[in-house]
Design a protein around this ligand. Structure first.
Ligand SMILES: *[C@@H]1O[C@H](CO)[C@@H](O)[C@H](O)[C@H]1NC(C)=O
Ligand SMILES: *[C@@H]1O[C@H](CO)[C@@H](O)[C@H](O)[C@H]1NC(C)=O
Ligand SMILES: *[C@@H]1O[C@H](CO)[C@@H](O)[C@H](O)[C@H]1NC(C)=O
Ligand SMILES: *[C@@H]1O[C@H](CO)[C@@H](O)[C@H](O)[C@H]1NC(C)=O
Length: 275
């Protein structure tokens, strides 16, 4: 049980607590879940008593967004984001590539509440689908409010021009792929001061629903905001995002989960679009 127990602590640190706790958890990262076989998504709920929400939760993520069924909610407000520059570290957890920020990197204001930007990571292929379609990549920007609640801003990518943000860290990702993850440690590369303003563009349309973390422990009551505008990423960049990961996590996308009566809402800024 020891590695699993350690891992759950790590996973919670990664996804729930934020930057300050990461350093202390490095040495206990072990990959106890994966995306294939007996540790794959269908088994997550049985891998650790703390993961039972993965199999018994009713409001899980990701989901398929059927555009004909989304509900226009005129009360939704624009996603206001104020991102700045901060020291950052590129991290290979084994199951995804993430960037952690030190200090205050930015804030998301959603539903009148401030959520602090904590970390970001990528999944490939995408986890959320639109009309049953998967995209090559999905980026998750994880934010947490003072009351502990989480809000994720997600962006989907299609193949095309390179993504300017990933371009900035591409050489570091190639370095990361060469680093040996010693035993259960995660690999890290300092990025110096990263500007993050670019990440807060293009939120004139977004889909909103309440779901869960898409990795164990699959904690619920997460506010999801999937940006309507699809970005582009090059095939080389997608390869670079996968290269450092362990083979059972190269395709690190959880299958879509049932809505169980949930509605997905949409915010659309008509005035800015002029229609
Ligand atoms: C479940 O999570 C709690 C809180 O992080 C931790 O104290 C406990 O040891 C975990 N239990 C198992 C079996 O991993
Ligand atoms: C980033 O870290 C360096 C070295 O620790 C420090 O000198 C610098 O002030 C930091 N910059 C920001 C924006 O936090
Ligand atoms: C919430 O964030 C906004 C935008 O950065 C800021 O102006 C405001 O003071 C913050 N409010 C609180 C209560 O921290
Ligand atoms: C990931 O998925 C792609 C597309 O389905 C497949 O070709 C590839 O073999 C998978 N890679 C691994 C390591 O499972």
């Amino acid at each position: 049980m020891a590695p699993r127990l350690s891992f759950s602590v790590f996973a919670i640190a990664l996804l729930l607590v934020g930057a300050s706790v990461f350093a202390k958890q490095e040495q206990i990262n072990s990959i106890s879940f994966s995306y294939v076989g007996t540790t794959g998504p269908g088994h997550w709920g049985n891998l650790n008593p703390n993961y039972t929400t993965c199999s018994h939760g009713k409001w899980q993520s990701p989901v398929n967004i059927v555009r004909d069924k989304v509900v226009r909610n005129k009360k939704l407000k624009p996603l206001t984001r104020d991102y700045a520059a901060a020291n950052a570290t590129l991290v290979d957890n084994g199951f995804n590539i993430a960037i952690r920020f030190e200090g205050h990197v930015g804030v998301l204001v959603a539903d009148g509440k401030n959520f602090t930007f904590k970390q970001m990571h990528w999944h490939s292929p995408s986890e959320h689908q639109i009309d049953g379609k998967r995209f090559p990549v999905e980026m998750h920007l994880v934010h947490q409010a003072d009351d502990g609640s989480f809000a994720v801003v997600s962006a989907l990518y299609r193949y095309g021009d390179p993504d300017p943000f990933i371009s900035k860290i591409k050489s570091k990702m190639d370095e990361l792929a060469k680093e040996e993850r010693e035993g259960h440690e995660e690999a890290q590369i300092p990025l110096g001061v990263m500007k993050t303003k670019y990440l807060s563009r293009n939120t004139r349309k977004y889909y909103r629903y309440f779901g869960s973390l898409t990795t164990p422990p699959c904690t619920e009551k997460i506010m999801w905001n999937i940006v309507g505008k699809v970005k582009s990423v090059s095939k080389d960049q997608v390869k670079a995002l996968k290269a450092p990961l362990v083979s059972s996590c190269k395709n690190n996308s959880r299958p879509v989960q049932p809505l169980n009566g949930r509605h997905i809402e949409v915010y659309h800024d008509d005035e800015l679009r002029g229609n």
